[in-house]
Design a protein around this ligand. Structure first.
Ligand SMILES: Cc1cc2nc3c(=O)[nH]c(=O)nc-3n(C[C@H](O)[C@H](O)[C@H](O)COP(=O)(O)O)c2cc1C
Length: 324
């Protein structure tokens, strides 16, 4: 197969990457031996992700899938970032070449790309095995990325309380709830993006957001308590942070997140997010203070052994992403 078609054949794995609200905010510019992952600004969430942090992290997650699936078929590549702040022109760029010894390249995380799901079910509360903690600690950390593994019960409780408070405040903001609503998809909808309501109790609530917002402080409180309990009963939380709030660091956070997610998947573990505290300035500062970090918090999530298998998530067809 010519190189361009080989690169193209990787894209079906790339689009399985996670993205905030399942917006799939990427485009792929394919050349003879090059590929650029570029932002699709029409998919931005202007209220719930005003700084585009999750937006660019999602592109980073796609980059990891690309790299793993390229290595899996023995393609080598050179990677660079295009970071042109003046024109908002950003890209993760790859230049590929065929490498020789194809058979020896099978990548241990390749299978996890199609198995990974964000799993919002409760997790078993048993402690993480030491061997898994070691695996997490030994991942290749980029210089600007920091991971705080939170396993001490006292720290988990402190974070759970922060989660409770920030969910409560978040749900009271009509603009935020409205934008979340706009990405919710009925289970019967044929839409290939967004969040299905049936599997997500969290989002089911948001469907009734007007009711909740106008009258029912109690419902918001119940909802926040539900998230708080999910966090509290998890064996571990992770706060992923970067040195700076910059597009390059967000790319790197997303790349690292997906590497971690695939690694955990390959050990049977799942991830679910609690990003609301990081949306609000004060609780974002609180999050870094609790772990004693000077870095900027980017993602907060729980990890554990899920109790229910998560359904497969929707993806838009490849042709919608491809620029040749
Ligand atoms: C940067 C980023 C932020 C995310 N934030 C949240 C979140 O706050 N809450 C949540 O439930 N899921 C969050 N997700 C998970 C997405 O909703 C999920 O990846 C998407 O719906 C696709 O589903 P999948 O991960 O099962 O393939 C996030 C994913 C990424 C990459």
């Amino acid at each position: 197969m010519e190189l361009k078609n080989q690169i193209k054949s990787l894209l079906k794995h790339v689009i399985l990457a996670p993205s905030g609200y399942n917006t799939q905010p990427w485009k792929f510019k394919l050349g003879q031996n090059t590929l650029e992952i570029i932002p699709d600004y029409t998919r931005a969430r202007l209220n719930t992700d005003p700084d585009y942090r999750e937006f660019f992290m999602s592109l980073g997650a796609a980059a990891t899938n690309l790299e793993i699936s390229a290595k899996n078929i023995g393609l080598s590549f050179k990677k660079s970032y295009r970071l042109n702040d003046k024109d908002n022109d950003y890209a993760i760029c790859y230049k590929f070449s065929d490498s020789k010894n194809k058979e020896s390249y099978a990548h241990p995380l390749f299978k996890a790309i199609s198995q990974r799901r964000t799993n919002r079910s409760p997790y078993l509360s048993e402690r993480l095995p030491k061997s898994l903690v070691k695996v997490i600690r030994n991942l290749p950390y980029p210089n600007d990325v920091e991971l705080n593994l939170i396993t001490r019960p006292g720290d988990i409780t402190t974070f759970s309380n922060l989660i409770h408070q920030s969910y409560f405040n978040w749900y009271k903001n009509k603009l935020l709830v409205k934008e979340l609503e706009s990405w919710l998809r009925d289970d019967l909808s044929l839409s290939k993006d967004g969040l299905p309501t049936g599997v997500l109790n969290l989002y089911k609530l948001a469907v009734n957001a007007k009711y909740v917002m106008i009258k029912k402080d109690q419902s918001i409180s119940d909802r926040s308590e539900y998230s708080q309990n999910l966090a509290k009963n998890s064996p571990a939380l992770i706060l992923l942070s970067t040195r700076h709030d910059s597009v390059q660091n967000w790319f790197q956070a997303g790349e690292f997140y997906e590497l971690l997610a695939l690694t955990l998947t390959s050990h049977g573990y799942s991830i679910d997010f609690f990003n609301q505290p990081l949306f609000l300035k004060k609780s974002r500062r609180d999050a870094s203070r609790i772990v004693g970090s000077q870095f900027q918090p980017q993602l907060l999530f729980r990890i554990g052994l899920p109790t229910v298998k998560a359904p497969k998530n929707r993806r838009r067809p490849l042709k919608e992403f491809l620029i040749s």
